[in-house]
Design a protein around this ligand. Structure first.
Ligand code: PSZ
Length: 456
């Protein structure tokens, strides 16, 4: 490290940027040309181990050769230069690009995939798919088509054309910041405040004790309590004539503070959804690859795949997989100008090839074991840390206060480990999939030196 972070050059750029837009969230300016592998280099020449990975979205580290190669290939240049409206005029390579990227890692049984613009947009459109599906089944069962009254009322945002239907999410959930998703997001007031919201139900997400394997009996009771509430809500909202058509859940609540639930919880949730005719949607925006499984829900032993799985971040492209039969009844119902970006599919294609070729899921499991064991050792030594938990490298530890969280994050940054927080007092780790056990040890050493300074 050459300076504290942000250093003088970052501060100068921050000053210039602040004249034009918000800067209060910016940690530093980065030299992306110099950044390599798991190390991010800032404009002041500081080299930091990146353990937050661009809000969990960095897949292979910086300037990974296979990604550089794919984008440097002159054969691919036209995909970078010409940005098509994918719904109207996709490039010749589109289907094969989908096959070599998204479809080569699709969750079992989910053969349909749509691409989108960001994680929120993927969720937003998946919710629309759920509404379309529900109404289509209803009309098919009744043998009726869309009525004139429906067509007229929807132009006024009124029933029956804009129907009373709902989506269930959980306390602490984060599903994005677009208007619809914001009604599902329940992690922090600052995200939602002042924005009109859909009146949609919320169920408690289990608050488990860690380590999970030592608290199974208590945790099962907590999960059963939450599941009972889900069942009650499904009935109450159906009786209120605003049925829940989709249950939306993260496999591990990320922004909400790295809150885990057991496979049992997700199995039961899927069963409740099925029994009440709601779709079961798993938001894997933050969990692709990083738990040591391609998809975090693969560890849950579900009866069948979820109906919808959304992705973004580490896949480099965003969108949703869904079951056959969920495609909307009419064209132009899920649509926008770009519907994604084929040049990012090129990146995704390179990325998934490397993950498979280099066994990066296995590496992530190994690095994760080192990380979690190290966090547990540190929490045993420093009583202001607790609840070390993780799956793969998706690891976190709680601090005793929000203040402590902030001071540890800044101290880590100044010592060359770039991490971010989540929830109210959690430090979470979100490295790339090329993060190896030796990187984990480097991080743990830096963390230990920060902790020993804080405890004096
Ligand atoms: O503050 C923010 O807007 C943040 S910090 C981390 C995220 C957003 N994560 C995005 C996210 C997610 O973690 C889950 C589980 N679902 C949806 C989203 C939204 O994705 P984007 O940000 O691509 O719209």
């Amino acid at each position: 490290m050459k300076t504290t972070v942000p250093g003088p050059k970052s501060l100068e750029l921050l000053g210039a940027m602040d004249k034009i837009q918000e800067t209060r969230t910016v940690h530093m300016f980065v030299d992306y040309q110099k950044s390599q592998g798991n190390y991010v280099v800032d404009v002041d020449g500081n080299q930091l181990l990146d353990v937050c990975g661009q809000i969990a979205s960095n897949t292979l580290g910086y300037n990974y050769p296979d990604v550089v190669g794919a984008l440097k290939d002159p054969e691919n240049l036209h995909l970078l230069v010409n940005r098509p409206a994918l719904g109207l005029a996709p490039p010749a390579e589109f289907v094969s690009l989908l096959k070599t990227s998204l479809l080569s890692v699709s969750p079992r049984g989910l053969n349909q995939v749509m691409t989108m613009m960001c994680g929120s947009c993927a969720n937003e459109n998946s919710i629309k798919v759920a509404f379309f599906h529900y109404k289509r089944l209803q009309r098919e069962q009744a043998g009726i088509d869309v009525t004139d009254v429906e067509a007229e009322s929807t132009m006024k945002n009124q029933v029956p054309g804009s129907p009373r239907l709902s989506v269930l999410s959980f306390t602490g959930a984060f599903h994005g910041r677009t208007l619809g998703c914001l009604s599902l997001t329940r992690s922090k007031p600052v995200h939602k405040l002042d924005v009109p919201a859909f009146d949609w139900p919320v169920a408690p997400f289990p608050q488990l004790r860690y380590p999970l394997e030592e608290n199974e009996r208590e945790n099962r009771q907590e999960e059963d309590r939450c599941l009972e509430q889900v069942t009650d809500i499904m009935k109450v909202w159906s009786d209120r004539n605003c049925p829940v058509v989709c249950i939306c859940v993260e496999p591990i609540q990320a922004e909400g503070g790295d809150r885990h639930a057991s496979p049992y919880f997700f199995q039961q949730l899927q069963r409740i959804a099925k029994q009440s005719g709601a779709l079961f949607m798993v938001d894997e925006v933050q969990t692709f690859g990083v738990t040591g499984h391609m998809w975090a829900h693969e560890a849950f032993g579900l009866d069948e795949s979820p109906d919808i799985v959304t992705f973004a971040k580490k896949l480099q492209v965003t969108g949703a997989y869904m079951k056959d039969g969920l495609r909307p009844d009419k064209p132009y119902r899920i649509f926008n100008t770009w519907l994604g970006d084929p040049s990012k599919l090129l990146v995704a294609s390179a990325v998934v090839k490397v993950i498979q070729r280099d066994n990066l899921l296995q590496m992530t499991r190994k690095a994760g074991e080192v990380l979690l064991a190290g966090l547990k050792e540190l929490q045993a030594k420093y009583p202001f840390l607790s609840a070390a938990r993780g799956a793969g490298t998706f690891c976190a530890v709680d601090c005793d206060s929000t203040l402590r969280q902030a001071s540890l994050l800044q101290a880590l940054l100044n010592k060359g480990a770039y991490t971010i927080g989540c929830g109210e007092k959690t430090i979470r780790l979100r490295p790339s999939l090329t993060f190896q056990p030796h990187h984990a040890n480097i991080f743990l050493n830096i963390f230990e030196s920060v902790l020993s300074e804080q405890s004096h």
